[in-house]
Write a protein that binds this ligand. Structure first.
Ligand code: FMN
Length: 187
């Protein structure tokens, strides 16, 4: 069984990411991939502290629990589909902070991207490729790029155009193929 985590990389209140993540999970489940299990991981459920920041003693146990839960959840997957909004031509701070907690958990695994922004989140994707290179994650070429102008009404109601499904199919195929292949590298 191949396990793929769909990571919702925005914690902003009123985030568009939730609708995009639900679309992606729905798309994943409709594929009926044999021997592949998909799970949505919402960054907002983890309440991670900023890496290295001082934590009041009364909150330390809770923070440690959140960090451990995040690390173990991410380690449990063979590959990832990362839902990444674009903030100032990069990924958002919450996602960067969450990624900074990881390293061995993601080494020699595969990832694909679903982005959104005025240009489909493409600059966030390129930023993510640099970060994942350092984390030894193999990110696939094809990405899904939802436009805030064309795929959302009033920049907030998600109405994705049908043509994104072709890219999503290609991206999922690539992530599954590389996730399977990299399992053999991890032994
Ligand atoms: C601080 C901030 C910076 C942003 N910078 C960009 C940007 O550089 N390029 C872009 O396409 N969209 C940008 N946006 C728009 C976001 O991509 C858009 O609001 C998106 O819905 C954010 O994801 P979320 O709703 O899931 O938090 C920015 C939004 C915020 C709040």
């Amino acid at each position: 069984m191949l396990k793929i985590g769909i990571i919702l990389g925005s914690v902003r209140q009123g985030r568009n990411g939730e609708a995009v993540a639900n679309w992606t999970l729905d798309f994943a489940n409709k594929r009926n991939d044999a021997d592949v299990e998909y799970e949505l991981v919402d960054l907002a459920d983890y309440n991670l502290p900023f890496l290295g920041a001082e934590i009041p003693e009364t909150q330390q146990a809770e923070a440690e629990k959140a960090i451990k839960a995040w690390s173990e959840k991410i380690a449990s997957f063979d590959g990832y589909i990362i839902i990444a909004p674009e903030y100032n031509h990069a990924i958002g701070g919450a996602l960067k902070n969450a990624l900074d907690y990881l390293n061995p958990e993601v080494n020699n695994k595969a990832a694909g991207f679903v982005g959104y922004g005025s240009l489909g989140g493409t600059r966030a994707h390129e930023n993510l490729r640099l970060i994942l290179g350092e984390l030894q994650v193999a990110d696939v070429r094809t990405a899904v790029t939802f436009s805030l102008l064309a795929d959302f009404e009033n920049f907030s109601v998600f109405k994705p155009a049908d043509y994104h499904e072709a890219n999503a199919t290609e991206m999922f195929n690539q992530v599954i193929a590389w996730s399977k292949a990299l399992k053999t590298v991890r032994g």
